[in-house]
Ligand binder design. Structure first.
Ligand code: NA7
Length: 869
């Protein structure tokens, strides 16, 4: 071996921080892979979160039968949970049992805190320093430090002055606390408080709960392990665990497919009641498919829980104060409780609502709150701080981690975590995180997500070793793509509306970005698998003398578009190009009928107008805004490759455009191929535009304020109409809005190569459309390839939207450029992550909405300019 490239010895292959659920499995998994491993653990025993969080009433909120390891099948027979939701002592006993059984403590160094980690790029190893002053080197360094393990700093004035007892739910004394006869305060109403309050109330002589934000809590209905669940696991353990791994939350769950708004009030209430009775954390918010997406749907579930709170809590003012109203249900961690709301009916328990009477300070004897112009002082013997954690990133950045070139992880993450898959971070080779930020982690059953990460990490190390490599690091490009994808997913949900620890909003000064990945455990697992299958896409793998990198971004389409594509793939729908035109039209109509209806408009009128052949009557549908007219007029041409489509297929888009542009939209049909081939569509489009111009007043329009618009082949017709109106004596058009237009007959473009398959509009389908409409020798004619017009000078101003994942993207881009070069005013938007059919999916996909708004805004601008001129 070349001396310069010699791989130096390391003390250990793998160093792990933490000996909780994740750290213990890592120790086992590394050993199995033949790696030397050591976990450093601050506590003097195993358990992690379950070692520290010993507050009264601490339990898991995922059923124990799901919240356990699946990597040791024997364990399932050897260990029997005593309750549906095991208590902290029982979970801790379980982890100790596992540690004993597999002799894991041998590789755990307890009572040792990792303080620093420095990447040595020359030697390709990590130098880890611990609080005993020792430096240990390793090739791979894994933060298995927990998502809710770093306590939030106390941000209440005077906390250190209190003379009585103080307790923190996250660092509870191991010997326990007896509150008998004491006046106790609990600050906070998160999960820890909600679990502990009923028990503290049963001991204390007085209990005062200080609530800043009320939480939604559901009854846990704890008791013996569910028979149904137990028999499901026992009858086919592998199938059960498999379905958990491939579920959205890491627990086998029936996935609702309908919207909360699509059913009657009675049906909805019945389903919510069932979820309330069910006693699980996931059943309510997954009762319908849009509860975490649609505010109106969400409100139905929120109000259901509020009505339950009002029915339990006897004092109306206290009940109202306990009802959350400032965020959608499920966007702050839902809680599971045993008698939480009931506790407020006890005479010695009171609630102080900090929204109306905020804490001014903690004093020697208690807590002072601002009360109107005055103050109220409460006296206590003990204060319990249940104020939460610096979630998901806190424990990671608590260690001084210096990556390549000395970059500090906490600086790199100053504006929010930067990770690839929530597993690794660029600039920090061989540093892994288990259930790190931007992975599903806290949005899932942690046991399942931890196992997936540990398996992925171990497999990655094994892959490196098998290939004579020793370093893995995500590329900047892949990481940026993942951060964007994570944020895109959050943006289609209601989560950003809450000041939650999911958003980092509970810690003063912490950047407000979504921390967990919201795409679900199943999708996430599929993505991680795909990354590996695609030669570790987005990772650079290095060895002493070579580097392997397949750079790229794993999820590039918008999340709602991604979900649509997955659904369509699952349904296995046939493509139009496998059908006859007649069948394709029927199929298109059936699909249109299943689309959500577009928004209400002022008026919809169906009529006919003459086609260019003077014989055929063309159907049109006119949409009038609800605002007083007359209005400007837009002639709209539907998509469908000159072969299929009609006013119905583009109905929702036209309604949306009508409302947003405040113009009359006349959606005109044109004769279809192959019955009427080129140039029938172009001729009809032009004839229809002239007819609308002539009848503008009768149609409720303002003469002279006329624009054209269209989508796909309809945008092709619109573009051709604009050219012909210029060349053939009008009518005068004030603008053209072209969404994903066909502008040229050349299929040899990058966008055809990139997106010719897999994004609904395929190259094969475009070929089918062209073949039906126009002979090869006519295809260069500007009446079908408007990009080939002799000149584009003097055309009306244009708004062009092209979609990133559309075979037609580049010809649309080329048309926008050519128009601009010809001096035409052009507004051109490339819609990131959109496909050919996504922007028109009004009511079905959220991420197309901003582009529709821009199109409408452009129309308003065109009309306004006409009036000014
Ligand atoms: P949480 O859920 O973060 O709850 C902390 C609670 O403390 C919450 O009600 C906070 O109100 C409140 N809090 C925090 N700081 C203050 C101050 N300064 N003044 C008043 N009230 C305050 O932590 P938990 O430990 O209960 O639960 C964490 C997770 O562990 C839980 O979700 C489960 O997954 C397990 P806020 O809502 O910020 O207004």
């Amino acid at each position: 071996m070349n001396e310069q490239n010699r791989t130096p010895d390391v003390d250990l292959d793998v160093i792990v921080v933490g000996a909780g659920f994740a750290g213990l499995y890592l120790v086992h998994s590394c050993r199995q892979a033949g790696l030397s491993v050591r976990a450093f653990e601050t506590g003097d025993g195993v358990g992690g979160t379950w070692y520290w969080n010993r507050y009264p009433g601490a339990r898991c909120d995922v059923q124990s039968i799901d919240y356990q390891y699946s990597w040791d099948p024997e364990l399932e027979h050897e260990w029997e949970w005593s309750e549906r939701y095991a208590t902290q002592p029982e979970i801790l006993r379980y982890l100790n049992f596992v540690a004993d059984k597999h002799d894991l403590r041998r590789d755990v160094q307890f009572s040792t805190r990792v303080e620093g980690a420095v990447w040595d790029d020359a030697e390709r190893l990590w130098r880890i320093t611990t609080d005993d002053g020792v430096e240990t080197t390793c090739r791979y360094y894994v933060m298995a430090s927990g998502c809710l393990s770093s306590m939030k700093d106390l941000d209440i004035a005077g906390a250190e002055r209190f003379d009585g007892e103080t307790y923190y739910t996250g660092r509870w004394p191991h010997e326990g606390v007896d509150f008998t006869g004491k006046r106790v305060a609990v600050i906070g109403t998160g999960s820890s408080a909600i679990q502990s309050i009923p028990i503290i109330a049963s001991q204390a002589s007085e209990l005062t709960v200080f609530q800043r934000t009320p939480n939604f809590s559901l009854p846990a209905r704890n008791g013996p392990v569910d028979d149904a669940k137990r028999s499901a696991v026992e009858s086919d353990r592998d199938a059960y665990r498999h379905s958990a791994r491939w579920s959205s939350v890491g627990v086998p769950l029936e996935q609702a497919t309908d919207s909360a708004l699509a059913v009657s009030d009675e049906a909805r209430l019945a389903r919510y009641e069932q979820a309330w009775q069910d006693g699980t954390i996931f059943s309510l918010t997954s009762a319908y498919n849009d509860l975490l997406l649609n505010p109106a749907s969400n409100e139905t579930a929120a109000e259901f829980v509020r009505s339950k709170i009002r029915s339990i809590v006897q004092d109306p003012a206290t009940a109202e104060a306990l009802c959350p109203t400032s965020y959608p249900i499920g966007t702050k961690r839902l809680c599971l409780d045993t008698n939480y709301y009931e506790t407020f009916n006890e005479a010695h328990v009171r609630l102080v609502d900090l929204r109306s009477t905020p804490i001014s300070e903690i004093t020697e004897s208690g807590i002072d709150v601002v009360d109107g112009d005055g103050a109220t002082s409460y006296e206590f013997d003990a204060i319990v701080f249940a104020t939460g954690f610096d979630a998901m990133t806190g424990a990671i950045v608590a260690v001084d981690i210096a990556g390549r070139d000395g970059a500090q992880l906490r600086d790199v993450w100053a504006d929010g975590p930067q990770t690839y898959l929530g597993l690794m971070s660029h600039g920090f080779p061989n540093l892994f995180m288990v259930t790190g930020p931007q992975s599903p982690s806290v949005m899932s059953n942690m046991a399942v997500s931890i196992e997936q990460h540990v398996d992925w990490i171990t497999a990655a190390i094994e892959h490196l070793r098998a290939n004579g490599l020793d370093t893995i690091e995500p590329t900047q490009l892949a990481q940026d793509g993942w951060v964007t994808h994570t944020n895109d997913f959050a943006d289609i949900t209601l989560f950003p509306q809450a000041n939650s620890w999911y958003m980092g909003a509970n810690v003063p000064g912490k950047p407000r970005v979504v921390l967990p990945y919201l795409g679900g455990v199943d999708r996430y697992r599929g993505i991680c698998d795909q990354v590996v299958e695609r030669d570790h896409l987005g990772f650079e793998l290095r060895g002493a003398d070579r580097s392997v990198v397949n750079d790229g971004v794993v999820c590039r389409v918008q999340p709602d578009v991604m979900i649509l594509l997955e659904m369509m793939a699952e349904m296995g729908l046939p493509s139009f190009d496998t059908m006859s035109p007649v069948e394709a039209r029927a199929f298109s109509e059936a699909m249109s009928a299943a689309n959500p209806p577009g928004p209400e408009v002022g008026d919809v009128v169906d009529g006919t107008l003459p086609a260019a052949d003077g014989v055929t009557e063309l159907a049109y549908r006119l949409y009038r805004p609800a605002t007083p007219g007359p209005h400007p007029v837009t002639v709209y041409f539907h998509g469908g490759g000159w072969v299929i489509g009609n006013a119905t297929s583009d109905d929702a888009l036209c309604r949306d455009l009508c409302n947003q542009s405040d113009s009359v939209i006349v959606s005109v049909d044109y004769r279809h191929a192959p019955e009427a081939r080129f140039p029938a569509a172009a001729d009809d489009g032009f004839a229809a535009t002239r007819w609308v111009a002539e009848h503008a007043e009768a149609l409720g329009g303002r003469p002279g304020e006329l624009a054209v618009a269209g989508w796909s082949a309809g945008a092709n017709v619109a573009a051709v109409v604009a050219q012909r109106a210029r060349d053939e004596g009008g009518p005068s058009l004030c603008g053209q809005v072209l969404l994903s237009p066909v502008t040229d007959c050349d299929f040899d473009r990058e966008s055809y190569r990139e997106n010719g398959d897999g994004y609904i509009l395929t190259k094969a389908l475009m070929t089918w459309f062209w073949d039906h409409y126009v002979d090869v020798e006519d295809r260069s004619d500007p009446r079908v390839s408007p990009l080939r017009a002799e000149s584009l000078v003097g055309l009306p101003p244009a708004m062009i939207v092209t979609c990133e994942f559309d075979p037609l993207r580049d010809e649309g881009n080329a048309y926008a450029e050519a128009l601009a070069d010809a001096g035409v005013s052009v507004r051109h938007v490339v819609a990131r992550g959109q496909i050919h059919t996504s922007i028109v999916a009004v009511g079905a996909l959220l991420t197309g909405a901003p582009y529709r708004a821009e199109m409408a805004e452009a129309l308003r601008g065109f009309f306004a300019a006409t009036v000014t001129a």
